[in-house]
Design a protein around this ligand. Sequence first.
Ligand SMILES: [Zn+2]
Ligand SMILES: [Zn+2]
Length: 239
Amino acid sequence: MALRDRLFPREPVCLSCHSRIIFSRLSYICDSCLQELSYVTRGCLRCGCQLPEAEIAVSCQLCSSQLPKLERIRAPLIYQGKSREVLLELKYNKNKAMARPLGELMADYWRFFSSSKGRDYLLVPVPLSRKRQTVRGFNQALLLGEVVARERGMVIESLLVRKRDTPPLYHLNNRQRNLVLQGAFQLPAEKIIRVAGRKILLIDDIVTTGSTLNEAAGVLLTAGACRVSALTAATAERV
Ligand SMILES: [Zn+2]
Ligand SMILES: [Zn+2]
């Protein structure tokens, strides 16, 4: 650190709008940017997607039949507008510091839904393929999970391996998605002991159809996990 920075530390600056942060509830994002984010205000109890405010149902029509392996998914943000911008900043602009406020938001959201029992879960980031990880230089799910682990006093372990990349799944039907995802994740034999009898919380940046998380959950359940939930920063809008 330069001597000038040590003597006169710079004011923290918002990673999104670059204005000086006077006060904020989260690290690195100013309060006015926080107010611009789109939050899930009425989430499906199962998959966490935003339900229409006027509806009485507590779960969406899509998830109960399509995500049989997952206990539940939770996500604080809706993937649109400013929420989408901050996630793109992390993933494609490779602004790794953005994982900090997003991870803090996820940690708060998980605490809200799970109270003290939520700390029993072992955090497992959804892995990237080796090729994609090399190109990007980091796994955004691991960065987010590390923040959640630190905030909540939980443990995170990169247990799963991704054997191959999968194409976008939203235009495929249920059967086609299962075919594309079959065998995409693997749990190395020596890691099975870490999973057996445990409650697992999968971590990812965004949930779209939920099929990828469901496939990863299947691998962990086969290895003896007692239940698998997922926590992501954002949930895609369903049309
Ligand atoms: Zn800002
Ligand atoms: Zn749902």
